[in-house]
Design a protein around this ligand. Structure first.
Ligand SMILES: [Zn+2]
Length: 165
């Protein structure tokens, strides 16, 4: 059926585009030594971090995510370049939690929950907030970090309370 439409419109669209993947370690060094990362992956840490891959996209919109297809990281090169160091650092910790959840066969995007109520997100945020405290973030700065532009003020309060901050 699609073929017919393509022919009628006189266009052709190749719909199986593969992302270009880079080794995580080419861009993010030393993460496998962090206690938080060793806490996430345990004795598999070195192996997981060595095999982890990253896809970059250049849009100004969006930050980081984890592929629900094969668990690789997806990162905005704009965010990587322009956000402050600690934000990128904590975002990586957050996404590594999702990588582990993916490895455990868990559903990363569960439509039954909103972002701030998602057990997947709350778990990742708890680990990230602990790491934020360890690197010296005040409660105020943690809340600032959590104030992302895709959630409302009301959702932010919910997220904070769900995390148990
Ligand atoms: Zn997340």
């Amino acid at each position: 059926m699609d073929d017919g439409v393509e022919r009628r419109l006189g266009v052709e669209i190749r719909r199986n585009a593969s992302p270009i993947l880079f080794p995580f370690k080419d861009y993010f060094r030393g993460f496998e030594k962090l206690p938080v990362v060793r806490g996430i992956f345990g004795e598999r840490t070195d192996e997981v971090i060595s095999n982890l891959e990253v896809e970059f996209f250049s849009s100004k919109w969006g930050y980081m995510s984890t592929s629900e297809v094969d668990g690789h990281l997806i990162i905005s090169s704009y965010h990587l370049k322009n956000s402050d160091f600690e934000t990128v650092y904590l975002d990586i910790v957050h996404e590594l939690c999702h990588v582990k959840q993916f490895m455990d066969g868990r559903e990363l995007f569960d439509a039954r929950y909103s972002y701030v109520d998602s057990p997947i997100e709350i778990e990742a945020y708890r680990t990230t907030v602990e790491e934020a405290k360890r690197i010296g973030f005040t409660e105020e700065r943690i809340k600032e970090y959590l104030k992302v532009d895709w959630i409302t003020e009301e959702e932010l309060f919910k997220l904070i309370s769900n995390i148990g901050l």
